[in-house]
Design a protein. Structure first.
Length: 223
């Protein structure tokens, strides 16, 4: 209590001095608050900008990946739709024409015509095989492009699916080359084995594609 009286007495003796001191303190405090708030505002603004940039980057990455993944499966679906009737629409007409030419050659016992029919058939099969090779190359290029930004899990599945497609391209080519021989010899067991091999491989491709779709969805959710 005595100390308070002493302080009050000192202030009463020098009121102007202490008023000046209090004013100075208030000014300094005001400067402190002002610059602190300004710095805080700058920090908040910088943080907001960083977050906005990060969100924008993530949005662009999401859109890029989503577009790449969608394009990949659109191409796969288009490829499957294109080739689902290949046997009836492409191979059967070629095979029937080969049989017609061969029968004409046999009627006249014309060896050159028979050879020509076989050569023609081989050339048509080579065209189909070449088209398949070009499509396979396009699929591999797209797969390699996707792997640059895909997650490790997606990249592994892309490689596995690519290998399965390579197998089915190779197997289809082998079967087409054997189909004339099998048909001429009426080898039903060989035909059933070919169909079973393609069906089994097609089932594995379908399962792997489903796994890939799910992993791609997870990859997008992590962005």
């Amino acid at each position: 209590m005595d100390i308070a009286k002493q302080i009050f007495g000192i202030i009463q003796r020098e009121p102007e001095y202490f008023a000046w001191v209090f004013a100075l303190v208030n000014v300094l405090w005001g400067f402190f608050v002002y610059f602190h708030q300004k710095r805080h505002s700058k920090e908040i603004e910088a943080l907001k900008q960083t977050l906005n940039l990060d969100l924008e980057r993530r949005r662009k990455v999401f859109e890029m990946k989503a577009t790449q993944y969608e394009t990949y499966f659109n191409n796969i679906d288009a490829f499957q739709r294109k080739h689902q009737n290949d046997y009836q629409e492409i191979f059967v007409p070629i095979f029937n024409e080969y049989i017609r030419r061969s029968l004409e050659a046999n009627k006249g016992s014309n060896t050159s015509v028979s050879t020509s029919a076989t050569t023609w058939f081989s050339q048509e099969i080579q065209k189909i095989t070449l088209d398949g090779f070009q499509e396979r190359q396009a699929l591999e290029l797209q797969t390699n492009s996707l792997k640059l930004t895909a997650s490790d899990e997606v990249a592994v599945l892309l490689d596995e699916l690519k290998q399965l497609y390579n197998q089915i391209f190779r197997l289809s080519g082998e079967h087409m080359n054997r189909l004339v021989e099998i048909t001429v010899n009426k080898d039903q067991n060989a035909f059933d084995q070919m169909r079973s091999e393609l069906a089994e491989l097609g089932g594995r491709i379908k399962t792997k594609s489903q796994n890939l779709r799910e992993e791609m969805r997870k990859d997008l959710q992590k962005i």
